[in-house]
Ligand binder design. Structure first.
Ligand code: C2O
Length: 550
């Protein structure tokens, strides 16, 4: 492979959306941020210079970072933030991955405006396992707030309640014609008839899973989270925050004189309040005669897609179950067939007592909280990876992450009286090359809600899922160990469970969290500590000299 160099200048930029201008954090003044393009096997070097007064880190979401944990990016997990006026050079190789991933800020809620695509092309001369697309187009969903997003979350954390919901969803930063004064801010995909396009779809929204559909066209899913899947065709797809999905779109053979809307709006499994608005973009067939520069051509008929209802869990479940690894000779699914350690994580919302002199907006005047195995993870003030490497973990973290027995009580039944969680910075230590089976069970202690769980540093196989309480006797019989989908972010269904397997072959400290930013902020996060192996290429290398200090 070759080395690809990028310069990312973090700066404040004025951006106008929904008739209001605000100053946002951007990379190189671009919103969304620049696209990173590399081939499988290439080295990517990104020099990040922070000119803004916000502390920042960047994360390369889904990049495995084999033995390069120092460049993974989550603040206070693998590194201290890059402070104003400071520089950090991220430097990593893309090993065994091709497809679409993305990058985003990984501190507080800065990823609301600091994100962009990572396009990983196959090695030179290696074709896609599907028809060669005529063109490739990134489609990134985002969420836009009129107020400053840092203010939105700090207000929520102070009152112990939920944050305000966003004011719009966006496609490639644009809200589209269904929002006030946004017709001029509409994403337009100009296409030619009878061609196949590869859409590289990314959900960078902070807090919502999204349905997406294009009127009168179907989508063929070919890849998720930079892993090829068995292709299937669908009218609508579902994508959680953190996930990526590549689809083929074949345009109609003749020039159809029409405006075809593409739309995204949330799938909501339980949130009390959410942004239920719809972002639209336009699929426009290039026609020299009726070419229009406005958002859409008013003289042509308008077709809108039919999206599933906001709470259509059966659509969501059927769609997710269709995802299977390609699992052929060229792209085998290396599902761990044996298991060294089984873990059971409860993931869900809970509460903490309201601190004195505060008024909390959680249930019964408590403070909203979220937890994994009842521990609400507190971010340390220095980075876990540095403390681990230097052997100075005392006062930074503890290795007492609670090991839960399978099913100590009925998680989806009547809530217990005590909904309180404990706070802590606990890591889960596993030896190098442990084959892990992890069952994640949503709890309905405060209310069932689906949680897109993301793990850093690994892909995992989704071997089973179901509703209600996981049954350790019966459910493993239904596990798919042949062609389960391989990914880095999976939705734990509301009031249900999901089972995954992965091989802990990457030494370092790896963050795992709900990719709904509000749940992460409430504590639905934890960290794995994967120890070094014995061979030199199984060890965490020493930190780079420019690693930021806290
Ligand atoms: Cu895309 Cu830890 O996140």
């Amino acid at each position: 492979g070759i080395t690809r160099h990028y310069q990312f200048d973090i700066q404040m930029t004025n951006v106008t959306r929904l008739c209001e201008t605000k100053s946002i954090v951007t990379v190189n003044g671009q919103f969304p941020g620049p696209k990173i393009v590399a081939r499988e096997g290439d080295r990517v070097v990104v020099r990040v210079v922070n000119h803004a007064s916000h502390n920042i880190t960047l994360h390369w979401h889904g990049v495995r970072q084999l033995q390069s944990a120092w460049y993974d990016g989550p603040a206070y997990i693998t590194q201290c933030p890059i402070q104003k006026g400071h520089t950090y050079v991220y430097n990593f190789t893309i090993v065994g991955q091709r497809g679409t991933l993305w990058w985003h800020a990984h501190i507080s809620w800065l990823r609301a405006t600091v994100y962009g695509p990572i396009v990983i092309l196959p090695k030179l001369g290696v074709p896609y396992p599907f028809v060669k697309p005529y063109k490739e187009v990134p489609i990134i969903f985002g969420e836009w707030w009129k107020p400053d997003t840092e203010a939105v979350i700090s207000q929520a954390l102070q009152t112990g309640g939920g944050p305000n919901v966003s004011d719009a969803y966006t496609i490639n930063g644009l809200p589209g014609p269904l929002y006030n004064c946004s017709a001029k801010d509409t994403f337009k995909l100009k296409v030619k008839p009878g061609k196949t396009y590869l859409l590289r779809i990314i959900n960078a929204a902070l807090n919502d899973e999204l349905f997406f559909s294009i009127a009168n066209h179907s989508l063929t899913i070919v890849e998720v989270d930079a892993v090829y899947v068995k292709p299937f065709s669908t009218k609508t797809l579902l994508i959680t925050p953190g996930q990526t999905t590549n689809v083929l779109l074949t345009t109609q053979a003749q020039y159809p004189g029409a405006n075809f809307f593409m739309e995204a709006r949330p799938y909501v499994s339980g949130q009390a309040t959410f942004d239920n608005s719809t972002v639209a973009g336009i699929l426009e067939y290039e026609n020299p005669k009726s070419f229009s520069s406005s958002s859409f051509n008013k003289n042509l008929p308008l077709y809108k897609p039919t999206l599933p209802a906001l709470n259509d869990t059966s659509f969501a479940t059927n769609f997710t179950k269709k995802l299977r690894s390609l699992a052929n000779v060229n792209y085998p699914a290396n599902v761990p067939q044996g298991v060294d350690r089984q873990f059971f994580f409860t993931v869900g919302l809970g509460a903490n007592p309201c601190p004195q002199n505060e008024t909390c907006q959680g249930p019964n005047g408590t403070k909203f909280s979220a937890s994994v195995n009842n521990v609400s993870f507190i971010l340390p003030t220095t980075a876990l990876l540095q403390s681990h490497f230097s052997g100075k973990s005392r006062g930074v973290y503890r290795s007492n992450f609670p090991i839960m027995p399978l099913m100590p009580f009925n998680y989806t039944g009547t809530p217990p009286n005590n909904t309180f969680v404990t706070n802590g910075t606990e890591v889960l230590v596993v030896p190098f090359n442990t084959s892990v089976e992890l069952v994640m069970q949503d709890t309905s202690i405060i209310g069932a809600e689906s949680h897109p769980l993301h793990i850093h540093g690994f892909n995992f196989f989704v071997i089973g899922q179901g509703f209600g309480n996981y049954n350790p006797v019966k459910d493993p019989a239904g596990f798919n160990l042949v062609d389960p989908v391989e990914r880095n972010t999976v939705g734990v269904p509301a009031g249900g469970w999901v089972a995954i397997r992965f091989l802990a072959d990457n030494p370092g400290v790896w963050f795992m969290h709900c990719h709904l930013e509000v749940h992460t902020s409430w504590g639905l996060r934890m960290a794995w500590l994967v120890l070094d192996g014995n061979l030199p290429n199984q060890k965490l290398p020493p930190p780079p000299s420019d690693l930021p200090k806290c």
